[in-house]
Design a protein around this ligand. Sequence first.
Ligand SMILES: N[C@H](CCC[C@H](N)C(=O)O)C(=O)O
Length: 280
Amino acid sequence: MATTIKFTKMQGTGNDYIYVNTLSSPLQDPIKAARKWSAYHTGIGADGLVLIGASEKADFSMRIFNADGSEAMMCGNASRCIGKYVYEKGLTDKEVITLETLSGIKILKLHTGNGVVKDVTVDMGTPLLSTPGQIATKTGGMLAETILADGKEYKGTFVCMGNPHVVIFVDDIKEVDLPAVGPKLENHPLFPERTNVEFVEILPDQSLRMRVWERGSGITMACGTGACATTVAAVLNHKAGRKSWVRMDGGDLHIHWDEKDGHVYMTGPAGKVFEGEIEM
Ligand SMILES: N[C@H](CCC[C@H](N)C(=O)O)C(=O)O
């Protein structure tokens, strides 16, 4: 017997996910749904699936599944979209809400006007660092200063924002063949749990132009945790300050790695695309 599931398609700087409110539409097999619904020609089309749920420790909970069905620990762009969803659906009237994720509880500050959430600031917590030569924790992977992939050498900085990122600075981002090199780095033996991959060019105005190959989803228009990792790596490599604009294909995010509390704060928009129903 097929079940009809209500969903909302939302995007944060172009990073688009299918959102299901499991409080009203429980979903039995999110891995199968993520794979089936993320497909652009036979499904809804998205970078993955996000489940909004209840929590005993926070106001709401989030689970995120990439387009290949793998579950990630955290999603920056989706956390902003959830803030917009729960406020505008009347599930809360609070403008500071807590969100339970697999990488801990995140605090969201909703910037509202006339009952609509325009921007959201998320406290993304403290990054887990491995600068070149150190042991990367979480994944247990070792980040060598230079990563050899496809016969080329890449100098990467590993930053974990709840999920793993390797950040590579280049002189000209237009020269990066992301479809070719992205999957090779995502699946490199250095990263036993695979990794998200960010290439970054420092622009003349000191903003950070970033393109991303996401673990489990491929090229996306933007990555919130990736933008945080990019800013942290830029500070570690003395290439930018602690407050940066990260400019991605789908839009810009403001990232602040606070020296006082060590937390990374991400501010940016969230948008609803459409609502629909689909049979599972
Ligand atoms: N797009 C998300 C990150 C998804 C991470 C996922 N690709 C993984 O870590 O496996 C973001 O805005 O932070």
